[in-house]
Design a binder for this molecule. Structure first.
Ligand code: ZN
Length: 298
């Protein structure tokens, strides 16, 4: 495997529309011991802010032990909310406001461990479509994966959520006509990441954009797992990006150009239903990872 590192000036060429920027709320500030929200959120914000079409506000969920009674983000001011957090439970009034926001057409982007959150919140699981851990099992919904050229569901009993070693893996695009994936190569090599597998959930109104094969030899599930997909909930559009593990000393996955391009396109699609961003001039190939060092954006 070759890894190519280039500077952002060489390959990002996005349109400036001269229109009002898309307002993005990046909701972060609390996660589990495996994930590092200060790293993730700064990098997700850098990816979006690098393009002139977004204006991103970071909203911090109160830390564990802090009072929650004053916490009620005004979702209605935003076209899309990016979920970069793993909270076991949200306050009731915040849950209600968020459900109303999405029902009325608000966009949502689910990043990696956000699908571990809130196993008992029905609407959240309908929005995320699939989730892992948090005690999820057959009561949470089906397993979903790609088999023989199509998406299948499997109601067999068992836990929800697994991943093998953190390694590079090939992303297989399954719908090249969707605005998020249109024009991208059919396959590209994604930098070291956790490939979530055996996710399960209601999986209603779900549309698979891309999958990746989780090899048993590296501790995976032996299945072609969904990694990029969309869901609708009420009038709201949700883009679910299973990729993007970021630990305390690790952020390779979000340095990947394939991650960055699909994340920013998915955020635009969730907000507007369209994607007007130009494709980058360079993109990873099936055998070559392409990294974009976000520290250059700070
Ligand atoms: Zn992770």
């Amino acid at each position: 495997m070759k890894i190519k590192l280039i500077l952002f000036l060489l390959f990002f060429s996005f349109l400036s529309f001269g229109a009002k920027p898309i307002k993005v709320m990046l909701l972060t500030g609390q996660t589990d011991k495996y994930h590092n929200w200060p790293v993730t959120s700064s990098q997700l914000k850098a990816i979006l802010d690098h393009q002139e079409i977004f204006k991103t506000d970071v909203v911090l969920f109160p830390a564990t032990g802090e009072a929650l009674d004053q916490f009620l983000p005004d979702f209605s001011r935003y076209k899309v909310v990016v979920l970069d957090l793993n909270i076991p439970e949200w306050p009731e009034k915040v849950k209600t406001a968020f459900e109303k926001y999405v029902q009325n057409g608000g966009g949502v982007v689910v990043v990696h461990e956000a699908n571990n959150a809130c196993p008992n919140w029905k609407a959240y699981n309908l929005m995320t479509g699939l989730g892992g851990w948090g005690g999820r099992n057959e009561k949470s919904g089906s397993y979903c994966y790609w088999k023989d050229g199509q998406y299948v569901t499997d109601n067999s009993p068992g836990p929800g959520g697994a991943h093998g070693q953190r390694i590079p893996f090939v992303i297989n695009v399954r719908d090249s006509e969707h605005p998020i994936t249109k024009g991208l190569p059919k396959k590209w090599l994604h930098q070291n990441d956790e490939l979530y597998g055996n996710l399960r959930g209601p999986a209603q109104n779900i549309h698979i954009l891309a999958t990746a094969f989780s090899t048993k030899e590296t501790g995976g599930t032996g299945k072609e797992e969904p990694v990029l997909f969309t869901i609708t909930y009420g009038k709201g559009r949700i883009y679910h990006c299973v990729l993007g593990h970021t630990g305390t000393d690790f952020s390779d996955s979000v340095q990947d150009v394939g991650f960055q391009v699909t994340f920013s396109r998915g955020t635009e699609w969730a907000a507007t239903g369209n994607v007007k961003q130009n494709l980058p001039t360079e993109f990873p190939t099936e055998t070559t990872v392409l990294l974009h060092n976000l520290s250059k954006l700070k």
